[in-house]
Unconditional design. Structure first.
Length: 157
């Protein structure tokens, strides 16, 4: 059975407000996530992420901004269409204080509602599962290298 969501989390030794800036500010997103990041950080705001080596561009629309706890957006939608439930996936970035650090959880969901073949969905789950795994490690490494962080990060799941 193909899962409807991909989930990754990481515990980083940085305060929630620091992690919030790293997951919502384009200049910081380009340090751990994508080669290009443009983001209008408000519900309905447009954005784009791009990866040069993969020759990939992902336009997105911001869904929710609840600083410093939740940032979500929709992407992976048909070109020329506005992303919505049923034609895109929803990425939720959830932050919560845990001890002196922050638990960051990324959930990408909505795959079951897409009109794709099972083969395409399986490839997507493998590709994005691997990608999110790589990116949470990169995020933790980036935060660990910043002066606000004093202890190593712990990747999970």
């Amino acid at each position: 059975m193909i899962p409807d969501s991909i989930e990754r989390d990481v515990l980083v030794d940085a305060p929630v407000d620091v992690v919030w800036t790293v997951v919502t500010e384009p200049a910081k997103l380009m340090q751990w996530f994508s080669d290009l990041a443009e983001l209008d950080l408000r519900p309905g705001g447009a954005g784009v992420f791009a990866w040069t080596a993969a020759n990939a561009t992902a336009p997105l629309v911001v869904q929710e901004v609840d600083a410093p706890r939740k940032f979500s957006f929709r992407w992976v939608h048909p070109e020329g269409e506005t992303p919505r439930e049923g034609n895109s996936t929803l990425v939720e970035i959830l932050l919560s204080a845990e001890g002196d650090g922050t638990r960051l959880r990324i959930v990408e969901s909505g795959l079951s509602s897409l009109d794709w073949t099972d083969e395409r969905k399986e490839h997507f789950v493998a590709d994005h599962g691997q990608g999110w795994g790589k990116h949470v490690v990169a995020l933790a490494s980036y935060l660990q290298a910043r002066s606000e962080v004093t202890a190593p990060a712990h990747a999970g799941r």
